[in-house]
Write a protein that binds this ligand. Structure first.
Ligand SMILES: [Zn+2]
Length: 201
């Protein structure tokens, strides 16, 4: 990441961030702060996606460095900052086989907003979650028992097992692990040429 002009370098990070972000908001650049940034481990292994704002904080704190820039500038009072597109952590972090937080958002993300019974792709607001084994029959709220479902399929299934409702799951629901996140990073990477070399290997 390059600081484009003169007098900014000596600013403490906190003041720097404050002036940067408030100026960015004034300038109407706020949307640029939400652009997705690919996060690489020190080994160049892709590990995450975060918002540009967080990526800039990591770079300014000295935790990460910018590998690619997205062509946008963040304009502040006395300088402009290049917004990163890819950052890399300076120290290697061991990534556990973590499972992400179980949430509606992450289930929809895992299932790519696709009803797992009829394969319709819908906006998040038009989708619900279905317990494969109904809650009323002891089904748990887990990654393996929750799937993305459209409202018509959800009504049709009611309190039945899929087999009883003559419905079939597109695929076995699994927890959202690192493999799944890589898959999603790859899909996002299709739209960003600068991500590709880190994701398609
Ligand atoms: Zn459906």
């Amino acid at each position: 990441m390059a600081l484009e002009t003169n007098s900014s370098v000596g600013l403490p990070v906190r003041d720097y961030l404050h002036s940067t972000f408030s100026a960015a908001h004034q300038a109407g650049d706020a949307h640029a702060m939400h652009a997705p940034v690919l996060v690489l481990n020190a080994s160049y292994e892709p590990i995450n996606v975060c918002a540009a704002r967080r990526a800039i904080v990591l770079v300014l704190k000295g935790v990460a460095m910018a590998e690619e820039e997205n062509g946008h500038y963040l304009h502040a009072a006395r300088f402009a900052l290049r917004v990163p597109s890819v950052i890399r952590l300076l120290e290697y972090r061991r990534i556990p086989h973590q499972t992400r937080a179980l949430s509606r958002k992450n289930i929809l993300l895992r299932d790519r907003n696709t009803c797992q019974y009829c394969a319709t792709v819908l906006a998040s607001s038009e989708l619900t979650l279905d317990h494969v084994v109904p809650r009323s029959r002891g089904g748990a709220s887990t990654w393996e028992n929750l799937v993305t479902c459209c409202h018509p399929c959800n009504r049709h299934k009611g309190n039945q097992y899929p087999s009883e409702a003559r419905m079939k799951l597109m695929r076995e629901p699994r927890s959202f692990n690192l493999h799944t996140s890589r898959h999603i990073m790859r899909m996002m990477g299709h739209s960003d040429a600068k991500w590709r070399k880190y994701l398609f290997y």
